[in-house]
Design a protein around this ligand. Structure first.
Ligand code: SF4
Ligand code: SF4
Length: 431
């Protein structure tokens, strides 16, 4: 029962997703343990931009003390990264991510999304538009112009720097995976940004999985996973995309559905929640979600197999949707541990968001920049050559930040690093 739907307590937003999720608010004991885990609270020093403050605002909306059409109230939810660092820090088990999505969905009914958000979400919903947009992006990237424009001040250059940073930093000579014809079958969620701009990382993912005994099966009919839409409160679009993916992965018959993008993997594992109350789709969503794995989980389950020497100093920056949403912490470090020659240095607050957060860096650039600057300063302090992560949004955000800030480190996907190690068997790789 929702907090504001207790007997005798009037609810100003009956029947809305926020009212349905509102029981989660009752778990908050206002202890404040979540505050220091919240990048927007640390950057803006405003309680209303903290998890505890946003929970109080949700309660005010349900009680009718605050107006759902009030832009000043909605701004505090717009400024939330949705990183769920607060969920991991909370000793009371407040389901902050669920509450945030419910709030955004509820507010979207009385308040149009910003134009940039509508444009991006609309493009990702339509396969043809998305294919054209990504093809244009690849052509522009191929001209080298984004890399040149990335030298301009960050205020104007950031989108170009993001695009330039998607070019694979370490080309490797493809090797022949040592395939095991009897291993489990895996279907790769190719993803839209991953397949469109990190195509080589997807191929590297297939190679490293095969080299670790998995049989990769092709899956047609896939769409965008819907994570951007779900996190922005556009649940209907997220469901439409999820239905197509559920049908595609059912047809594949694969033992596992694997992702190399933490944001996509997180939603894939929550597909069941997306179809709550839907008797047809929820069981199908549950079945597919139960087979979903991050690539690091599958690799760690096999050791993973050790590679050749890669001489580099690296640091691991945990994607929020891997660490906080999927609660995966050990598997990526096991993958790094399989690469001889690496010196892995710890990154202070590696569990804090980098400020990417889906389309957040494009629609909330000021706060995103502040969060990013804190991250870049900590990366610089490690002295690492390479920042390793495993989500396209994080890699673009970190890559652009490192470029525009003239830092020497590069941002590289975890799988690309392991792929380089397998390619280096017999001849050491150095950045
Ligand atoms: S840590 Fe949890 S219980 Fe404590 S204030 Fe934050 S959300 Fe509430
Ligand atoms: S999701 Fe992230 S930004 Fe939002 S309140 Fe929680 S810790 Fe702060």
């Amino acid at each position: 029962m929702a907090a504001a739907e207790h007997p005798g307590t009037p609810c100003a937003l009956p029947g809305t997703p926020l009212a349905q999720a509102g029981a989660g608010l009752d778990l908050c004991v206002h202890c404040g343990f979540c505050l220091q885990a919240c990048p927007t609270y640390l950057a803006l020093d405003n309680e209303n931009d903290s998890p505890r403050g946003r929970l109080v605002l949700m309660r005010g909306l349900l009680a009718g003390d605050l107006d759902a059409a009030d832009d000043a109230v909605a701004a505090h939810f717009d400024r939330c990264l949705g990183c769920r660092g607060c969920e991991t820090a909370c000793p009371s088990g407040v389901p902050y991510g669920t509450l945030l999505e419910a709030t955004r969905t509820t507010l979207a009914a009385s308040r149009p999304r910003p134009f940039a958000a509508r444009l991006i979400l609309g493009t990702f919903r339509h396969p043809l538009l998305l294919r054209v947009a990504l093809a244009v992006a690849r052509v522009v990237r191929g001209t080298g112009l984004p890399a040149l424009l990335a030298r301009l001040p960050r205020q104007v250059s950031f989108p170009f720097a993001m695009l330039a940073s998607t070019r694979r930093a370490w080309p490797t000579a493809p090797y022949t995976p040592d395939a095991d014809a009897t291993g489990p079958t895996v279907a790769l969620l190719t993803g839209c940004v991953m397949e469109g701009l990190y195509t080589e990382t997807n191929r590297a993912t297939e190679r490293v999985l095969a080299h670790n005994g998995y049989r990769v099966v092709p899956v047609g009919g896939q769409r965008c996973c819907g994570a951007l839409h779900a996190h922005a409160g556009d649940v209907e679009s997220a469901r439409a995309l999820a239905r197509a993916n559920i049908a595609a992965f059912e047809a594949s018959g694969a033992d596992y559905v694997v992702t190399n993008a933490s944001g996509c993997g997180s939603l894939l594992k929550e597909y069941e929640h997306l179809f709550a109350g839907d008797e047809t789709w929820q069981p199908r969503a549950r079945q597919v979600a139960s087979r979903a794995r991050d690539v690091s989980e599958l690799l760690a389950a096999r050791g993973p197999r050790r590679g050749g020497v890669v001489n580099a100093v690296v640091t691991w920056d945990a994607p929020c949707h891997l660490q906080h949403a999927q609660r995966i912490t050990a598997a990526p470090l096991a993958v790094l541990g399989a690469i001889p020659g690496l010196r892995v240095v710890p990154l202070v607050d590696s569990d804090h968001c980098c400020g990417s957060a889906g389309i957040y860096n494009l629609v909330e650039p000021d706060t995103s920049n502040r969060v990013l600057d804190a991250k870049l300063a900590r990366i610089e302090a490690t002295g690492a050559d390479v920042v390793v992560s495993s989500n396209p949004g994080c890699l673009m955000q970190l890559g652009a930040g490192l470029r525009t800030g003239q830092h020497r480190a590069q941002a590289i996907h975890l799988v690309d690093l392991l792929d380089a190690a397998y390619a280096a068997e017999g001849s050491p790789h150095a950045p």
